[in-house]
Design a protein around this ligand. Structure first.
Ligand SMILES: C[S@@+](CC[C@H](N)C(=O)[O-])C[C@H]1O[C@@H](n2cnc3c(N)ncnc32)[C@H](O)[C@@H]1O
Length: 275
């Protein structure tokens, strides 16, 4: 059993433009919430809210909502609290709480439970859908987006390097921790079996990254967290690992005339509770 990785909000936010786009695409497909029709402020939960920047975007769509971001990482929660907690311009309220999405159950009725780029860290998350939906009001929504890029060279090379003879004893398994994502059709089946109207799709973003070794820089904010956490305190080993991984990434993602192309596949699900 691996311990939870340490997160670095600053590193994560370095690619916030590309990372925010899928959330906006998800948000665009979320139907109007029951609260709006009933003339009351919406109640919203954001699971794995990270630094809170996408949580804050929910307040733009539902200005008077009470929105709570839940996360496991003290570093991420500190950043979210510092920059986003408190009253919102529309008279709503944003707060952030420590919670493990693997064990979280709604403590009050929610109009919307949303999660962006976080459930891939929660191994059995599809088994939690029923419990989460129990806490969603009729006509409310469960919506999430998960990366589905785990067979791409960025992630496959990370897995292979961690399992190579040089690193196996310290890092075996650390590069392959993202196997918890289902196919779009499997999510569709799970959510419709639970009595929802579900809209599920996948998108490949043809991302153009700038700068030197931009794929390494991207992965340092997410998939590399478990490795960096395991090598914490051993700068020589971390440096050696990073330079080996960087060389592999340079071959897999050579810079082009306009930047480095880093395709990224993501799965989206928007499930409206009909019962
Ligand atoms: C890639 S970040 C996404 C952050 C944010 N949702 C966004 O879209 O910018 C993943 C987040 O999931 C959180 N996370 C990972 N496992 C979790 C768990 N079991 N429970 C709650 N949060 C978790 C991490 O701490 C991290 O903040």
């Amino acid at each position: 059993m691996h311990s939870a990785p340490t997160w670095d909000p600053e590193q994560y936010l370095r690619h916030s433009g590309h990372r925010t786009r899928p959330f906006l695409d998800l948000l665009a497909r979320i139907p109007e919430l029951p609260a709006t029709a009933e003339g009351r402020p919406a109640r919203i939960a954001d699971l794995g809210c990270g630094p809170g920047n996408v949580t804050a975007l929910l307040a733009e769509r539902w200005p008077d909502a009470h929105i709570t971001g839940f996360d496991l990482s003290p570093e991420m929660l500190e950043q979210a609290d510092k920059h986003h907690a408190g009253t919102t311009p529309g008279g709503g309220w944003l707060d952030f709480r420590h919670a493990d999405a693997a064990h979280w159950t709604p403590d009050e009725p929610y109009d919307l439970i949303v999660s962006n780029a976080a459930l891939q860290w929660v191994p059995d998350h599809p088994d939690s859908f029923a419990g989460w939906l129990e806490g969603v009001v009729t006509g409310g929504t469960l919506a999430f987006q998960v990366p589905a890029n785990f067979t791409a060279p960025s992630h496959a090379l990370l897995g292979e390097l961690c399992d190579s003879p040089r690193w196996r004893s310290r890092l075996a398994g650390h590069g392959r921790r993202f196997v918890h994502v289902l196919d779009a059709t499997e999510y569709l089946g799970r959510l419709t079996d639970l009595g929802c109207t579900a809209d599920v799709w996948e998108t490949v973003y043809a991302q153009l990254l700038q700068g030197e070794d931009p794929v390494l820089d991207w992965v340092k904010g997410t998939a590399l967290r478990p490795v960096l956490t395991a090598l914490e305190g051993d700068d020589a080993a971390a440096g050696e690992f990073l330079s080996q991984y960087r060389d592999l990434l340079r071959k897999a993602y050579p810079p082009g005339p306009h930047g480095t192309v880093f395709p990224y596949r993501r799965v989206f699900a928007v499930a409206r509770k009909e019962y």
